[in-house]
Design a protein around this ligand. Structure first.
Ligand code: OOG
Ligand code: MG
Length: 258
């Protein structure tokens, strides 16, 4: 193998810790593959766990056309979530902890059973304890938010934080729920859950398949973020951010003044 996985993991981990933009890994390592990207992600994640963080789920990324177009990467990807990345619903984030944060309107699943490998949408839904309106704070550690597929995978799929609203029992169809994300009450992104692979449950199916391929499973109690329904919106200091999903309610947080 050409790339030094440990050394590249250290670069993305330190960049995230210090909220400092770094050069894309593929500039020095043009041969880097997506599979190596996932190895780097896993290695960097083990550094977070060694600091005491606990895995609480995963995030799916690039599950909508709007997102693929925004970052010019056309593959569904996944990353890992820890307890330290969670922002309380209605809570406040400190802008200084991020390089160039953006926020995305999402929905989240809470699992009551393990899932791994090939499952049908119906099987996936049987493992779901709740669905919730959610937002993800993404913050690519790469300069100018520019990356290729192996880079963004190595960088934990840009994940930096997540906010979960009230859980609703699953059951009702999730295919075409309107979503509105507002900054101080002004709509900044408007979309539908249909933009997420046609139905967010397909994102959960893809999550089970992708972690299964990595020899892992989605665990009971975990959260799975389905991916953004719209393009991500750059965060602004001092703003109140809210995402409302039709039939599921709202989730919100504040950005501290700069
Ligand atoms: C990659 C992560 C994309 C989503 O919800 O589509 C993502 C990025 O845009 O930096 O989280
Ligand atoms: Mg996302």
């Amino acid at each position: 193998m050409s790339a030094d996985i440990d050394q590249l993991a250290l670069i993305v981990d330190e960049a995230a810790l210090e909220a400092r933009g770094v050069e894309q890994l593929t500039i020095q390592n043009p041969e880097l593959t997506p599979a190596e990207g996932y190895e780097i992600q896993a290695r960097a994640f083990s550094m977070r766990l060694a600091r005491g963080e606990k895995q609480v789920g995963i995030k799916m990324g690039l599950t909508s056309r709007a997102k693929m177009i925004q970052v010019n990467v056309s593959e569904v990807i996944w990353g890992r979530l820890t307890d330290a990345m969670r922002v309380e619903d209605g809570g406040k984030i400190d802008r200084k902890r991020y390089v160039h944060p953006r926020v995305e309107p999402e929905v989240a699943f809470l699992l009551k059973r393990a899932l791994s490998g090939e499952v049908s949408p119906a099987e996936a839904m049987l493992a779901v304890a709740g669905v919730a309106p959610a937002m993800e704070i993404i913050d690519s550690r790469f300069n100018d938010f520019k990356f290729t597929l192996p880079d963004v995978v190595a960088d934990n799929a840009s994940s930096s934080g997540f906010v979960i609203g009230p859980w609703t029992e699953p059951g009702a169809d999730l295919t075409n729920r309107g979503m509105v994300m507002e900054f101080d009450g002004r709509p900044v992104q408007i979309g539908s859950t249909a933009a997420i692979l046609g139905d967010p449950v397909r994102s959960l199916v893809a999550a089970a398949r992708m972690v299964g391929k990595a020899g892992l499973e989605l665990k009971p109690g975990w959260i799975v973020m389905a991916g953004a329904a719209t393009a991500a919106q750059p965060l602004v200091p001092g703003v109140y951010v809210r995402n409302t999903v039709e039939g599921l309610g709202s989730v919100a947080f504040f950005v501290g003044a700069a």
